[in-house]
Design a protein around this ligand. Structure first.
Ligand code: AMP
Ligand code: GLY
Length: 418
């Protein structure tokens, strides 16, 4: 099969790496890809917002299957557009993507189907949001309803700070139209887990879970980021918690989709907080997580193309997932200054000295290749992954690579998986 992957992150590099191992994969293409993906796939720069250009590409290169990575392309209805023109796609429809692209929609969905989540109120009017904050106790979790590239959740313990946040979103339009509606949520205490399932029209199938470190600094301090590192599995998740997740969250979510006549075909990412009162949903995402995907792909043993095709053909019942028993851990190397201001186009000098051995695999995010040299081109730059007999061994392997890389423009957390 000729396969096209859309996206340019570490997530897409890991997907390409796994897809390339499938005996079904004849040629692999990626739009736009990055410096690492270009070593395993033919990369082309086409704007995915121009859906007809993507379609023309599929016709020209005889693409049999398109795998969509980022949620923004799904929100634009790229999956619907291609499927309508008989191109097979992995990635949910625009309607199904509302589970991620509208937090108001996903909250209403959870409420309707009794899926445990934080209590919330929704606002479009600043004065009303202010009144609510003035008459309640914090911490206040303020969320913009639309897509905000992982930056749309603001948590404040103090009311004046929460009011300022609401003002910036609702009046100053800090997030544009994505912030026309906001939610103010109850603060949930607990630990977070990212849980992934495949869903088709008739079935769902758990894939794996990972624990993601979202905060910039060690000890879960500093601002939120896209993710600074992840690992799987975790001894925090016992079979009792997993059973609860399946029974109280995943099953009702799938039944809710059916009852709402929403055909969902793709991966569903459940962002959960495990509280003393059990697991609760903080968000749905309609795609793999980054960097969670990187560790999950490292442990994925089955033929991924077979599984992705089964999802798109409503034949998920034919998939039986296998994963390696060794744990996997990853650390994200960012450009210094991320998630705010950072420099680009900096050579990652020692990268070609690192060999992917001892269970190590490096996935690229914001990189580009120039004359066989790799330069940084974004905030998150590389994800170093390693498997090992234990999380401790995997962690040691990852940090030893980071030490050898010794990239002066880089920053990474020192406590992933601790
Ligand atoms: P999200 O973009 O929804 O994943 O939220 C970003 C981060 O905000 C999450 O990873 C959590 O750390 C935090 N968060 C979101 N909702 C809540 C909540 N209701 N209570 C506590 N923390 C939350
Ligand atoms: N790492 C979290 C996400 O991809 O949204």
């Amino acid at each position: 099969m000729n396969i096209l992957v859309l996206g340019n992150g570490g997530r897409e590099h890991a997907l390409c790496w796994k897809i390339k191992q499938s005996p079904k994969c004849k040629s692999l293409y990626c739009i736009p890809g990055n410096g690492g993906i270009s070593s395993i796939a033919k990369c082309f720069v086409i704007d995915p917002r121009k859906k007809s250009d993507i379609y023309k590409f599929c016709i020209k290169y005889l693409i049999d299957f398109v795998v969509i990575g980022p949620e923004t392309y799904l929100e634009q209805g790229l999956s619907d557009y291609l499927i309508k023109r008989n191109i097979a796609v992995f990635g949910p429809s625009k309607q199904a993507s509302k589970l991620e692209t509208s937090k108001v929609f996903s909250k209403q969905f959870m409420k309707k189907f009794n899926i445990p989540t934080a209590k919330y109120s929704k606002f479009t009017n600043f004065e009303k949001a202010k009144q609510y904050i003035d008459s309640n106790k914090g911490p206040f979790v303020i969320k913009v309803s639309g897509l905000a590239a992982g930056k749309g959740v603001l948590i404040s313990t103090k009311s004046d700070e929460a009011i300022k946040n609401c003002y910036e979103i609702l009046i100053q339009k800090k997030f544009g139209n994505a912030g026309n509606q906001i939610l103010i949520e109850e603060y949930l205490e607990g630990f977070e887990i990212s849980y992934f399932i495949y869903v088709d029209k008739k079935n769902y199938l758990p894939i794996d879970y990972a624990l993601d470190h979202k905060k910039l600094f060690d000890g879960e301090k500093g601002p939120n980021t896209g993710g600074m590192g992840a690992f799987t599995p975790s001894n925090k998740i016992n079979s009792e918690i997993e059973k609860k997740i399946l029974k109280e969250i995943i099953d009702p979510t799938f039944q809710g989709l059916k009852k709402s006549n929403i055909t969902y075909r793709g991966v569903l990412f459940l962002g959960l907080i495990v509280t003393n009162n059990g697991p609760k949903v903080i968000e749905y995402n309609v795609r793999f997580g980054d960097p969670e995907c990187q560790v999950i792909m490292r442990r994925y043993k089955s033929d991924i193309i077979k599984d992705l095709k089964n999802v798109s053909n409503d034949k998920l019942n034919l998939s039986k997932l296998k994963k390696i028993s060794e744990p996997c851990l990853c650390v994200v190397l960012t450009s210094k200054g991320y998630p705010l201001k950072f420099r680009k186009n900096i050579l990652i000098k020692n990268l070609n000295k690192i060999q992917n051995k001892d269970g190590v695999e490096i996935f690229h995010s914001g990189t580009k290749k120039n004359m066989d040299k790799i330069f940084s081109s974004g905030g998150r730059v590389l994800t170093i992954t390693a498997t090992g007999k234990s999380i401790k061994i995997a962690r040691k392997r990852v940090y030893s690579v980071l030490k050898k890389l010794n990239w002066k423009n880089g920053f990474f957390r020192k406590d992933i998986g601790k």
